[in-house]
Design a protein around this ligand. Sequence first.
Ligand code: SAM
Length: 219
Amino acid sequence: MAYKFVDNYREKGARKKLVTLLADERKIEDKDVLAAIGKVPRHFFFPETFWVQAYKDIAFPIGEGQTISQPYTVAYQTQLLHIKKGDKVLEIGTGSGYQTCILLELGGTVYTIERQEKLYERAKLFLGKMGYKPMFFLGDGSKGIAEHAPYDKILVTAGAPFVPETLLKQLKIGGICVIPVGDEQSQKMITIFRVNETDYERIELDTFRFVPLVGDQAW
Ligand code: SAM
């Protein structure tokens, strides 16, 4: 399939409209998140024939039975993380790498892990071409990445049956984990704040539908 890394006036205009939609209709309030979405060319992750789909608020197939998340979902999850410049962020489920770019635009130092080799390779290639430099890992992210823990923020971009205990142990005190939890049909977005060595505060938010988190501490 033909991917092109050209950002012309038509795509820039469509991206602006998407940001307006996310702010006005979908009520995304975080200005930094909106600015990051306005900056990252989402159409680079689509074959050229599908560019017109890239700035609609929809998820889209990226191969291997996976999807690039809906822009609203990316904005919603990212907003919950409250990323500050220099935050060490673990992203579980690289997928296309689009959300990885958003996390990097917000100033995060990003460790991203994907279990599907083809997607891992493609994200590495595409983000390299775009000049983004996260740390890429291939493997089961349901166990986190212990050797680089602890993290300020942990983002899970696939639907989990429960919150893996191992992940929470890799969160810094004061850190935030955002994870969709439920069955295979629908999941509640959960944010978990690590209060101290033993205590966590958990908030349950809106309902979403993600592809499943598959792994040792998952489906
Ligand atoms: N936010 C991403 C984007 O913008 O492209 C989309 C992520 S997609 C909805 C979820 C990804 O999680 C898929 O690529 C899937 O292969 C991956 N995944 C599922 N289980 C995983 C696991 N245990 N470890 C790492 N990645 C996993």
